[in-house]
Design a protein around this ligand. Structure first.
Ligand code: SF4
Length: 463
């Protein structure tokens, strides 16, 4: 996927003026956020917080022991009949997928949702090789028809309204006109049924790999994942190396917070643990199951003070809580991952110079950390990335000058007071809108009123 993250400001402008997108993303994220709050704290706030900290510890422990866990997982997965492969980058992962497809004479591939596959551009690679690839998660199916990338980690089509989806189905599939969401879903289901039955190979991601049992865990809300992993004779799971967990116990903790944080459910509708290909005494299931562990930049992140980002379990809660994402949707971030986790991961994966605006795409309000089921300190990493930008000479001159002036004002009580007087006077003259470049700030929001008297003045008067 082409990286367009340096166009964040321009892409955001487009998103902000798109009425349909505003309606769809606004209501989608609000609903998901409210459901998350209800489900996470269904018992007590303390219970929800304890669950979150237990999940955070499970992921941190797994990351600390990652090299050993990968070896244990490989041994146990192999014992269970999985074929374990390793890919250092996207090119190697795609090459492996194509080799496996060729070996088994694959022509048609059904896919369940996988953000890693978006990162690798695996659909593209397979289509270029002449394979027919069908996304079977309903949201992914819709955006594949409309030839666009996902806009949200969990809800790829969050940016589309119902009428827009109806029009895509009519245009691309010849659906008869209907406004009934149930009829649209039934129509898509019927279309996908034949693809499932005729598929030679299924591709999935992997939410977790449980090292102690050598199992692949997948959570989903549509039956498509089970169809992709059980109907075709070949199944490939593309799994990032950070998806390891130590034990079944850790998996059960994580899967609960994942569902609660992502969709506000206690558990997803389909919660699967796969233990390899079908056994001799089983009538169905895949004959060959491959797990491709993908690095693609993860080892580099592991060696930095951003390693914490690898704990992400892709629930999308930080996107739902983020005031920036809520206004722009995911496409504005210009690569696979949007929202606060995207603002951290994208510069780390594609290079700071290719995603310079993203660390600034945050008000640092802290909502992302507050809702993160594994307590990732996203605001801290966004600040550190801003520092890295300055060090790399990638921050804008205007911004640097502004920060220098801010520092001059903040390091002397006299200058600080003078600045306050000047700011109050400036607001009196200009009102709520600032001139020139400063006007970018007030273009879409009023500037908050300064207090008529500063804290220092009031303190002095009260003494
Ligand atoms: S950073 Fe946390 S909240 Fe955001 S997607 Fe990852 S796990 Fe979910």
């Amino acid at each position: 996927m082409k990286v367009q993250s340096n166009d964040f400001i321009a892409l955001s402008e487009i998103a902000i003026h798109d009425k349909d997108l505003q309606e769809a993303v606004g209501s989608g994220t609000r609903t998901a956020y409210n459901k998350r709050q209800k489900s996470m704290f269904a018992h007590t706030h303390e219970h929800g917080e304890a669950m979150r900290q237990q999940a955070a510890e499970a992921k941190r422990r797994a990351l600390r022991n990652l090299p050993d866990l990968l070896e244990t997982a490989e041994a146990n997965l192999t014992k269970n009949g999985f074929n374990v492969e390793w890919a250092v980058d996207a090119a190697e992962a795609n090459k492996l997928v194509l080799e496996i497809a060729k070996k088994h004479g694959v022509k048609t591939v059904t896919k369940s949702k996988s953000m890693l596959s978006e990162e690798l551009g695996v659909n593209h690679a397979m289509e270029n090789a002449g394979l027919r690839v069908v996304e079977t998660d309903l949201g992914e199916y819709i955006i594949q028809l409309n030839d666009e990338p996902p806009s949200h980690i969990v809800a790829p089509v969050i940016h589309k309204t119902k009428p827009e989806i109806r029009d895509i189905f009519i245009r691309e599939l010849g659906m008869e006109y209907t406004d009934d969401a149930g009829e649209m879903v039934a129509f898509a289901r019927k279309m996908l049924r034949d693809d499932f039955l005729n598929s030679d190979m299924g591709i999935s991601g992997g939410n977790f790999v449980i090292a102690e049992t050598g199992s692949l865990a997948l959570v989903m809300n549509e039956g498509n994942g089970r169809m992709c992993t059980s109907v075709p004779k070949v199944h490939i799971a593309l799994v990032g190396i950070e998806k390891l967990v130590e034990s079944v116990e850790d998996y059960t903790t994580l899967t609960q917070v994942l569902a609660r944080s992502g969709t506000g459910q206690n558990l997803t509708v389909y919660t699967n643990i796969l233990n390899g290909p079908s056994r001799e005494d089983e009538d169905d299931g895949p004959e060959h199951v491959y797990i491709i562990f993908v690095d693609n930049g993860r080892s580099d992140i592991y060696a930095t003070n951003y390693a914490e980002a690898l704990a992400c379990i892709r629930c999308g809660a930080c996107q739902n809580a983020c005031p920036v994402y809520r206004s722009t949707g995911g496409h504005a971030y210009g690569w696979v991952y949007g929202g606060p986790i995207g603002a951290v991961l994208t510069p780390l994966y594609v290079g700071l110079e290719n995603a310079a605006p993203l660390p600034h795409a945050s008000s640092l309000c802290g909502s992302c950390k507050e809702v993160c089921p594994v307590d990732i300190d996203l605001p801290r990493m966004l600040l550190d990335l801003r520092w890295d930008l300055v060090q790399a000479g990638e921050s804008k001159t205007g911004w640097n000058m502004g920060m220098k002036m801010w520092a001059i004002g903040m390091t002397s009580p006299a200058r600080f007071s003078l600045g306050g007087v000047a700011a109050r006077a400036g607001q009196f003259v200009m009102g709520d809108y600032m001139p020139g470049v400063l006007g970018n700030w007030t273009k879409y929001r009023d500037f908050p009123d300064f207090a008529p008297k500063s804290f220092r003045q009031q303190w002095k008067e009260r003494q």
